[in-house]
Design a protein around this ligand. Sequence first.
Ligand code: FPP
Length: 261
Amino acid sequence: MTLPSSTTQLVPEVHAIPQHVAIIMDGNGRWASSRRLPRVAGHERGLSALRKTVEASVEIGIKALTVFAFSSENWRRPEDEVSFLMALFLRALRREVKELHRNGIQLRIIGDLDGFSEPLRKAIRDSVERTRGNEGMVLTVAVNYGGRWDVLNAVNKALEQDGVQRSGTPRLTEDSIRPYLALSDLPEPDLFIRTGGEQRISNFMLWQLAYTELFFTNVHWPDFDGTVLREAIESYLVRERRFGRTSGQLASQTMPSIRTN
Ligand code: FPP
């Protein structure tokens, strides 16, 4: 299969373009420090890289792109860096949403929004509302998000449900928790990308990444673009996704039946 647009490399036709790609955008600080710039310059360039990645994702035909912009643990950073990031999120929401909307992109924000200022919460509500009906790619930005928070939140919501509480033996199942997880209406990510050289999940979408293919690159996030995204997808396309089954079983089946989500 060849990827649409700029790539010319041929890869075997194994399975389709990932429907849902999740990215940890890491390496902004190191990108800036290596150029003797303040760390926040890396975040500023990180926003440009995100813009390019959204454009490339739409061009490639990805249906959902989820990016980790601020973890529950990022509050521990120096106060001026946190303030810069909050101001950057607010500015990005105010300036970028028009373009997202024009391109039919649906913007979602996941995470514990209670931690944010009222102007930021309002900008989030307004942007999400404005793009809610769009039928193009779903762009989700995870802010003040943590995978453990997401699972706990879902478990607590499931427990609040009458059916679970009142049944003789209250027992949660995967199916009773799943509807309350972030992005439960989307297919779970097919491909996870982390930039910046670290090889860990860092509390991102712990439940949803159970069967996701992982791709790590040393490229720092501000240098990420459609070329690196295509490289990640080409790596994904030649992998065998077995979902616990054997290669032999897969060979005798049509691909859609192996999906668990
Ligand atoms: C991780 O790099 C990056 C962040 C914590 C912030 C991510 C923010 C952006 C990409 C800006 C644009 C995003 C939006 C949604 C407006 P790091 O600072 O941990 O880098 P380091 O590991 O080199 O220190």
